[in-house]
Design a binder for this molecule. Sequence first.
Ligand SMILES: *[C@@H]1O[C@H](CO)[C@@H](O)[C@H](O)[C@H]1NC(C)=O
Ligand SMILES: *[C@@H]1O[C@H](CO)[C@@H](O)[C@H](O)[C@H]1NC(C)=O
Ligand SMILES: *[C@@H]1O[C@H](CO)[C@@H](O)[C@H](O)[C@H]1NC(C)=O
Ligand SMILES: *[C@@H]1O[C@H](CO)[C@@H](O)[C@H](O)[C@H]1NC(C)=O
Ligand SMILES: *[C@@H]1O[C@H](CO)[C@@H](O)[C@H](O)[C@H]1NC(C)=O
Ligand SMILES: *[C@@H]1O[C@H](CO)[C@@H](O)[C@H](O)[C@H]1NC(C)=O
Ligand SMILES: *[C@@H]1O[C@H](CO)[C@@H](O)[C@H](O)[C@H]1NC(C)=O
Length: 282
Amino acid sequence: MASLGQILFWSIISIIIILAGAIALIIGFGISGRHSITVTTVASAGNIGEDGILSCTFEPDIKLSDIVIQWLKEGVLGLVHEFKEGKDELSEQDEMFRGRTAVFADQVIVGNASLRLKNVQLTDAGTYKCYIITSKGKGNANLEYKTGAFSMPEVNVDYNASSETLRCEAPRWFPQPTVVWASQVDQGANFSEVSNTSFELNSENVTMKVVSVLYNVTINNTYSCMIENDIAKATGDIKVTESEIKRRSHLQLLNSKASLCVSSFFAISWALLPLSPYLMLK
Ligand SMILES: *[C@@H]1O[C@H](CO)[C@@H](O)[C@H](O)[C@H]1NC(C)=O
Ligand SMILES: *[C@@H]1O[C@H](CO)[C@@H](O)[C@H](O)[C@H]1NC(C)=O
Ligand SMILES: *[C@@H]1O[C@H](CO)[C@@H](O)[C@H](O)[C@H]1NC(C)=O
Ligand SMILES: *[C@@H]1O[C@H](CO)[C@@H](O)[C@H](O)[C@H]1NC(C)=O
Ligand SMILES: *[C@@H]1O[C@H](CO)[C@@H](O)[C@H](O)[C@H]1NC(C)=O
Ligand SMILES: *[C@@H]1O[C@H](CO)[C@@H](O)[C@H](O)[C@H]1NC(C)=O
Ligand SMILES: *[C@@H]1O[C@H](CO)[C@@H](O)[C@H](O)[C@H]1NC(C)=O
């Protein structure tokens, strides 16, 4: 039977072994990276079918010929991209990335190792490593890349509907987002009972068109249609008054600073006329 003393002894031995291992690792890294340089990446998201940028920067080196940039992806045998001696070196590039990658060659000298990825696919999601060697040393940093689809919503008055209705449409989303309506006048109101959201698969069978209809809207109020999945969040605002329609859209990538904004302002004196009596009834 193991005595308390033995348990304590072996516990201490295990802790020592683990600590020694950790120290050996740290020293190992210390030696190999004695001349280590700082490499910085930014997590980002790619929109399927469009071009994306995997952002990576490093301490610049005055000699371009001494800079080696390697992009790797977890679970992929070949390289994603390699740049050395001032030009691309693609002999070890994985087939998955053939013809789809580029670094900004004129930016490398200022410490920009960002990778441009053409025609982003769902399968491009994963952990990437930006590995840099310069005459000062080497360094690397990982980057989480998410892929999906996201697009700006547009809210319109649905003139065909039998009651005062708004229609929010966004052409491409993936994974399936949630859609929530809000209004400035009834803050905190739950519109789920007076709205109807549907998702139509687009022809490539991945992304979907989002359509959400909000019934029984009133004039002089600002309504927001908010579409969100784990990659992006987008909002379309609309305000209908007797003389004009104001719209604003906003798209923000989550876990990233990137943000897009579009505003529009239409004086639609004639287009709104048929609707005005409707809305005035309220
Ligand atoms: C790197 O250069 C590209 C192309 O000029 C630019 O779009 C990108 O923002 C730069 N990245 C950084 C981190 O400066
Ligand atoms: C409204 O109806 C017209 C004709 O009935 C049709 O062409 C148009 O597509 C409809 N608009 C919407 C938003 O359903
Ligand atoms: C709104 O109400 C529905 C049921 O009517 C409920 O499922 C939903 O969680 C509510 N949403 C919020 C944000 O409270
Ligand atoms: C819209 O309002 C009308 C009349 O106030 C009501 O009969 C109808 O049920 C409402 N529609 C919805 C979807 O709440
Ligand atoms: C929601 O929209 C779908 C498709 O347009 C329709 O089939 C369904 O009846 C609608 N539901 C409600 C509650 O309006
Ligand atoms: C999408 O799916 C449909 C039915 O499942 C199929 O007929 C069509 O070929 C698919 N399209 C693409 C681009 O894969
Ligand atoms: C909407 O606002 C305008 C200007 O503020 C006002 O003249 C009008 O009476 C309002 N309409 C309704 C239906 O509240």
